[in-house]
Write a protein that binds this ligand. Structure first.
Ligand code: NAI
Length: 287
């Protein structure tokens, strides 16, 4: 096989915004797509079937292959049902785009446990549950492609998005370990931080900025990570508005102490400890 042709790919949160664009793009490239969407509002309230159904209709009208799934990514049962839909409809699952998401912004002093939990549940637990449900099938067939939707708010921080940023960077942590565990089974696991005008970003940037960020710019990047040919794993890419680039953690040269240092010794060498001028790509010293 080549590209994504005949691959069965699950796109969560595909009833609108970026997920819809991914689903349309992948179907046009010959993938069989499970269009999953809970069909609720931006804050995660409500549910319905019309969002997923609408995108499935669009794909079929264009001659593509797709089935809907209305389950929530946020629970193990929902995730199993989503992957079950792929298995029932197409007999396999080859790729997952963990794209479903909600927003409950608040400055940290106003953050409510309920908003923290809701956002973590959909983004981080959702990424875990859906990937966990697909994983045994990917291992067994010796092939798989996972894309996690991360965010520059998680990678770099953003005012009012402590819950969202923690969840999004949590997904990068998941990518790092799954890239290691998946490598020997032909499973590639990567993250994309998109930038696009959707209902999620409708009121966070001026309209002239949003006009330059159509979701169409992101879909080919996500699709590339799902192809048979793309053997990369553990990457974090930012994509949007015509720009595509990689983000990576670097580590400074630092300082070595033969004996446990005193507070004064740490203080006196603080500039060297925090310097990044001789930084190199970071690695896990115990990995
Ligand atoms: P969106 O709100 O248009 O799409 C999210 C979709 O997920 C919605 O269709 C929603 O119904 C669905 N969804 C929500 N909870 C769900 C659940 N429990 N189970 C299944 N589906 C559920 O927003 P957008 O912008 O398309 O976001 C897609 C992804 O990209 C999200 O993960 C978001 O955090 C991420 N992202 C988007 C950015 C942007 O610039 N638009 C920036 C950074 C990240």
């Amino acid at each position: 096989m080549s590209g994504v042709r005949d691959r069965v790919i699950v796109v969560t949160g595909a009833g609108g915004g970026l997920g819809r664009e991914y689903a349309l793009f992948l179907a046009a490239a010959g993938a069989k797509v499970v269009v999953n969407d809970l069909g609720g509002a931006r804050d995660g309230s409500g549910a319905g079937t019309s969002m997923a159904d609408g995108v499935v209709e669009e794909i079929r009208a264009a001659g593509g292959t797709a089935v809907p799934s209305y389950d929530s990514v946020a629970t193990a049962e929902g995730a199993q049902a989503i992957i079950g839909t792929a298995l029932e409809a197409f007999g396999a699952v080859h790729g997952v785009v963990n794209n479903a998401g909600i927003l409950r912004d608040a400055a940290f002093h106003k953050m409510a446990d309920e908003h923290w939990d809701a956002v973590l549940r959909v983004h981080l637990d959702g990424g875990y549950h859906v990937t966990r449900s697909a994983w045994p099938h990917l291992r067994e067939q010796g092939f798989g492609r996972i894309v996690m939707a991360t965010s520059t708010s998680g990678l770099f921080g953003n005012f009012g998005q402590s819950n969202y940023g923690a969840a999004k960077n949590g997904l990068v942590g998941l990518v790092n370990t799954l890239a290691i565990e998946g490598r020997r089974h032909g499973i590639g696991v990567n993250a994309v931080a998109p930038m696009a005008a959707t209902r999620m970003t409708a009121d966070v940037a001026p309209s002239e900025v949003l006009a330059k960020l159509p979701p169409e710019h992101v879909a080919p990047v996500v699709a590339q990570l799902l192809t048979d040919e793309c053997a990369d794993t553990g990457l974090v890419l930012v994509a949007g508005g015509g720009q595509v680039y990689r983000v990576q953690l670097f580590q400074g040269k630092g300082v070595s102490f033969a004996e446990p240092p005193s507070l004064d010794e740490i203080g006196s060498r603080w500039a060297e400890i925090t310097a990044m001028d001789e930084a190199v790509p970071g690695t896990n010293p115990v990995g």
